[in-house]
Ligand binder design. Structure first.
Ligand SMILES: Cc1cc2nc3c(=O)[nH]c(=O)nc-3n(C[C@H](O)[C@H](O)[C@H](O)COP(=O)(O)OP(=O)(O)OC[C@H]3O[C@@H](n4cnc5c(N)ncnc54)[C@H](O)[C@@H]3O)c2cc1C
Length: 431
């Protein structure tokens, strides 16, 4: 690790390890500053993988809040762009700092405090670290992303949705306090009662109003087991009708939909998950009564609670080893106002084949109850219920035409959805 002094060449806007007259000393950090090729390559890559992003000047790896403040203060004084980044699972360049500095938050991962009701954790920690720290206390975050190896700061800066959102809102609706370094390098603590404007600007604030360094997060009681009920439907209309009933009645702890290509046909499926701790077990009659799924196709699978929350880990390891994880991911996540959901989903599926999503792609549909979402910056359709419609596409490696086709389709779909009052989540794509 090199703690030596770096210098900033204001004329040519670059970092230097050598002092020349006129160069300014860059703050010495507890962590490091680097311009190494491997660090710059890490910084320009993201999960989208379809675009060659312009390079940053360098990467700063803070090891303390003091480091974050020092970098931001220096950058503020000298007009240098600084963008925080952690796990790099953005798909549209959101964590890029072209010509500026990338702040690698992965060195700030300490869990400071855990009780049954709250965890205080550094923003560079992943949700898998959070869960590992809370489960021994019999507690868990009420909303966990499907994939746990995303950072706390990364998802709090966009919102954070899961199948529990119809009960508990977003991850950003479950924060009790944030420690942040504002763009001028000031360390501030804010909460719903202390500096509430800053608190609201940071939640789903895309890192623009400051770098989140630490978060106090609300916890709920954890169970030991989870039972997944996979309900199958023959048509989108019935699938959405049951989805609405399940979202408003809140029968399942976790509720999500997906539409899978099975033998060349799009098949809507609802995954309803009920948590339990034996000897108590979920009542099938209460959970499934009155639904119109194809009961002959019902699948029930039991998991441990942790196994369910971490359910994507095995698939991800496989995808990493086999290659698709490294392929381009032209993803699009849209919120559909409920009144337009059936039409948009049906029309979209009519024009798409499984190939248009890619071999390892997914189509997801999550129910959203607007009343549960209190994060002011989070943009939703102006309707009491909505659906997150996610087309998680994977393009073949090296096939620029296929990637361009997928991106062009995303843009057309976005325009169609926005025209009926829908909004875009995470992947802001330009018209
Ligand atoms: C496989 C996969 C699964 C996903 N599953 C879900 C899901 O279930 N639910 C969901 O809601 N989303 C999901 N997402 C989207 C994901 O939540 C966002 O892309 C998130 O921003 C990624 O977090 P990250 O740590 O990779 O952040 P990065 O890509 O490193 O950064 C993302 C954004 O956050 C900002 N940022 C990072 N750290 C900080 C910080 N400390 N302070 C302020 N700003 C910061 C960055 O500047 C950037 O704008 C998924 C994405 C992938 C690739």
């Amino acid at each position: 690790m090199t703690h030596h002094t770096w210098y900033f060449d204001l004329v040519n806007h670059r970092l230097s390890e050598h002092h020349v007259a006129g160069f300014l000393p860059f703050p010495v950090l507890d962590g490091i500053v680097t311009t190494a090729e491997s660090a710059l390559r890490w910084a320009v890559d993201d999960f989208g993988r379809g675009t060659d992003h312009p390079r940053p000047l360098g990467v700063a790896r803070p090891h303390s809040v003091r480091d974050v403040a020092a970098v931001l203060r220096f950058a503020h004084e000298h007009g240098i762009l600084v963008v925080p980044r952690a796990e790099g699972h953005s798909t549209g360049g959101q964590a890029q700092a072209p010509g500026g500095l990338v702040l690698d938050m992965r060195g700030l991962t300490t869990v400071h405090h855990v009780t049954r009701h709250e965890i205080i954790v550094d923003a560079g920690a992943r949700w898998s670290d959070v869960l590992e720290a809370t489960l021994p206390a019999g507690a868990a975050p009420p909303v966990l992303t499907d994939y746990l190896d995303l950072s706390v700061g990364g998802t709090l800066s966009v919102g954070g949705i899961s199948g529990a959102t119809h009960h508990h809102g977003l991850q950003t609706d479950n924060i009790t306090e944030l420690d942040v370094v504002t763009p001028d390098g000031t360390h501030v603590t804010c909460s719903p009662t202390h500096q509430p404007e800053l608190f609201d600007a940071l939640r789903a604030g895309r890192g623009r109003r400051g770098v989140i360094v630490r978060a106090a997060l609300r916890l709920v009681a954890a169970y030991t087991h989870a039972r997944l009920h996979r309900l199958r439907y023959d048509d989108i209309g019935t699938f959405l009708t049951d989805h609405r009933a399940l979202m408003t009645e809140g029968r399942f702890h976790h509720l999500e939909g997906q539409i899978k290509a099975i033998d060349g046909t799009w098949v809507p499926l609802i995954d309803g998950v009920s948590y339990f701790t034996p000897p108590t077990a979920p009542s099938e009659e209460r959970l499934l009564g009155g639904l119109s799924d194809r009961r002959d196709a019902l699948e029930i699978t039991d998991f441990t609670y942790h196994g369910f929350q971490n359910r994507l880990a095995e698939d991800v390891s496989r995808l990493r080893a086999a290659g698709p994880w490294q392929q381009p991911h032209p993803w699009i996540n849209l919120f559909l106002p409920d009144h337009a959901a059936e039409h948009i989903v049906s029309e979209t599926l009519t024009e798409l084949t499984a190939q248009d999503i890619g071999d390892t792609g997914h189509v997801l549909l999550y129910p959203i109850l607007r009343a549960r979402i209190t994060t002011p910056q989070f943009r939703l359709p102006d309707t009491s219920t909505a659906f997150l419609f996610a087309l998680l596409k994977t393009a073949p490696s090296g096939d620029t035409n296929a990637l361009a086709r997928m991106l062009a389709h995303n843009l057309r779909l976005k325009q169609r959805v926005v025209a009926v009052g829908g909004t875009v989540y995470v992947d802001d794509i330009a018209d």
